[in-house]
Each structure stands twice: as structure tokens, then as C-alpha cells.
Design a protein around this ligand. Structure first.
Ligand SMILES: Nc1nc2c(ncn2[C@@H]2O[C@H](COP(=O)(O)OP(=O)(O)OP(=O)(O)O)[C@@H](O)[C@H]2O)c(=O)[nH]1
Length: 212
């Protein structure tokens, strides 16, 4: 059967328990919002296909448990992620302060090339806000990440944030392919030049032989 997509990328969601990772993922993949909080056990994943600039990208999004007790399990998923979404809750300051810890874990366990974005979720809860947009944006800037405020409840910026991290992974992948093709071109040019030089040397040698 023909493949239904051009690329398959793995994304990972990280952040404290209760910040809304599962709700964001359900909103993105199933357009649903469930206000109950059932803590994720270990890890879970959902798939979705996106079309970016005519390229079909299938994303496998891993939703990790925020609870400390599952971290030995969840850390095993860091290495294979190509994109990471760090999530905090704008109504919960500790979840924002813990982002530095999540980032340091990723720096320790994930690939150096992993693409990352920062998300402040629950932007619909404005009266309960404890972390300003400027604080979120500054933290993201400090780590060289793009920043979004989302709401799984109202759906604000959900599609934009998942699509953006996928675009970053796709761009990085294309850069790798271009570099590989560039090296292949250089190699083929070198081989052609050497063959050309070999032919010329042979011709010169045979002319010399004839003259004798
Ligand atoms: N108001 C509001 N509530 C939200 C939003 N997203 C999630 N919630 C609520 O926050 C609670 C926790 O959401 P979950 O998605 O289960 O949180 P989680 O980060 O996956 O938690 P763990 O699985 O324990 O790591 C639930 O009661 C949700 O209804 C949002 O955008 N706005």
C-alpha cells in the first residue's frame, strides 16, 4: 500500500502534572476538551497528519506523565524525540519555575538537535493568571525557543503551536538532507574531476608513445 505521508516525526510533551498536556493533545488530534483530570500513567501517544508547504507530515506525539514517580520511564522517550513542547500552566507559578528543570533534563537526555518550543497553557483563565505573557516570552527567549500561550479549553493557538514545532523539525530535516546532498555533489564532482584527469594523463601518455 502506498505511504500516506512523506515524513514521520516524533514529538514529546513535557511539563508538570496538571498543566494540560493531555487536554492539548486531545484538542489537537480529536478536537475535544475534557475538563476532568486523569493523570497520565507513564506515556501515551496520538498521531496526526499535517500538510506543510505541500509536504505530508505524520506526527507521533508522546504525552508524558508530569508526576515525578514516572520520570524514569518518561526519560527513556527523550532520546528519540525530534521536537519537544515544554508546557506550563499560566495560573500555576511553580509549573513555570519548573520549566528550567525540564529543560535541563532534556539537555542531559535528548538529542542536541531536538527542536523545542515553550507553551503557557490555560490562557482562557485570565483572572487566575500568575505568570505574565512577558515572563513566558522572556524565558523562551533565554533558551532560544519560540513561545505560545494556548488554551486547550477554547482551542486558542493549539493547532498553531503543534504545527510550529513540526515546521521546525521539518526545516531541520530538510537542512540535513540538503547538507547530505551537498556532500554527495562535492564527492561526485571530485570523482568526475579525477576521472577526467586520468583520461587526460592516459591520452598524453599514449601521444608520447606514438611520438617515439
Ligand atoms: N481552563 C482550562 N483548563 C484546562 C486547560 N487544559 C487543561 N485544563 C484542565 O487541567 C486539568 C489537567 O489537565 P491534563 O491535560 O490532564 O493535565 P496533564 O498535564 O496531562 O497532567 P498529567 O497527565 O498528570 O501530567 C484538567 O482538569 C483539565 O480540564 C485549559 O486550556 N484551560
Amino acid at each position: 500500500m502506498a505511504k500516506q505521508y512523506d515524513f514521520l516525526f516524533r514529538l514529546l510533551m513535557l511539563g508538570d502534572s496538571g498543566v494540560g498536556k493531555t487536554c492539548m493533545l486531545r484538542r489537537f488530534t480529536e478536537s475535544e476538551f475534557d475538563p476532568s483530570h486523569i493523570s497520565t500513567i507513564g506515556v501515551d501517544f496520538k498521531m496526526k497528519t499535517l500538510e506543510i508547504d505541500g509536504v505530508k507530515v505524520r506526527v507521533q506525539i508522546w504525552d508524558t506523565a508530569g508526576q515525578e514517580r514516572y520520570q524514569t520511564i518518561t526519560k527513556q522517550y527523550y532520546r528519540r524525540a525530534q521536537g519537544i513542547i515544554f508546557v506550563y500552566d499560566i495560573t500555576n507559578e511553580p509549573s513555570f519555575l519548573h520549566i528550567a528543570k525540564w529543560i535541563s533534563d532534556v539537555e542531559e537526555y535528548a538529542s542536541d538537535k531536538v527542536q523545542r518550543i515553550l507553551v503557557g497553557n490555560k490562557s482562557d483563565e485570565e483572572p487566575m493568571r500568575r505568570v505574565t505573557k512577558t515572563e513566558g516570552s522572556k524565558l523562551a527567549g533565554r533558551y532560544g525557543m519560540d513561545f505560545f500561550e494556548t488554551s486547550a479549553s477554547s482551542s486558542s493557538n493549539i493547532c498553531e503551536s503543534f504545527t510550529h514545532v513540526t515546521e521546525l523539525v521539518l526545516q531541520d530535516h530538510k537542512r540535513d538532507v540538503d547538507n547530505l546532498l551537498g556532500s554527495l555533489d562535492d564527492y561526485l564532482d571530485k570523482v568526475t574531476l579525477e576521472e577526467e584527469k586520468g583520461r587526460q594523463d592516459n591520452e598524453e601518455n599514449s601521444q608520447k608513445t606514438c611520438a617515439c
